[in-house]
Design a protein. Structure first.
Length: 186
């Protein structure tokens, strides 16, 4: 499949053009958030409070980066397991979240919420140093007391990802193993 260059925030048409299996080079603004930050975002929404960033067209990277070395922008910034955010993802997608970045498969309710709205990009687990090299700027923008789980605004350039689940029901975690078995003659 072809490689796609995608900038965030992303337009709905760009998200709808993605297909599971495509390689993506992502550039622009990405926000980090893990379990604790997701919980706080949903609590804020429940109270009618604004979130620390605009969800429309946004990308959330499920990452708790390591501290930066002296002179560095960010430490290792590898993905965390995405299913830990599955309870929160549908509500955020409903409010305009366009992209989620992490590792591992998603639950059916997240895949259903993504239909016609959002995509899930997989980052290579164990490649935190490589991914950190794509980060040009990093700033904590919310809940610094959460440490690594604080929300950060990252400026990234050419972050290498794979479209794992698309807005049309394509799911590389389901189709990939089946394709492998088919190609291996099993």
């Amino acid at each position: 499949m072809e490689e796609i260059r995608l900038s965030v925030p992303a337009a709905r048409e760009e998200i709808l053009a993605l297909r599971a299996g495509q390689r993506v080079l992502l550039s622009g603004t990405v926000y980090t958030a893990r379990d604790a930050a997701h919980r706080r975002m949903l609590e804020a929404l429940g109270r009618g409070e604004p979130l620390p960033f605009e969800l429309e067209g946004a990308a959330i990277y499920y990452c708790g980066p390591a501290p930066a070395l002296p002179g560095g922008v960010i430490g290792a910034a590898g993905p965390t397991t995405s299913y830990r955010m599955d309870a929160y993802a549908p509500a955020l997608i409903e409010r305009g979240l366009a992209l989620m970045i992490g590792k591992g498969p998603r639950r059916p309710e997240v895949l259903e919420a993504m239909r016609g709205r959002a995509a899930y990009l997989a980052a290579a687990g164990g490649a935190g140093a490589l991914l950190a090299g794509c980060v040009l700027e990093c700033e904590v923008i919310a809940w610094p007391e959460l440490g690594p789980e604080a929300v950060r605004r990252l400026t990234v350039r050419d972050m290498p990802l794979i479209a794992a689940c698309d807005a049309h029901g394509g799911d590389l975690y389901a189709s990939g193993p089946a394709e492998y078995l088919r190609s291996a003659g099993r």
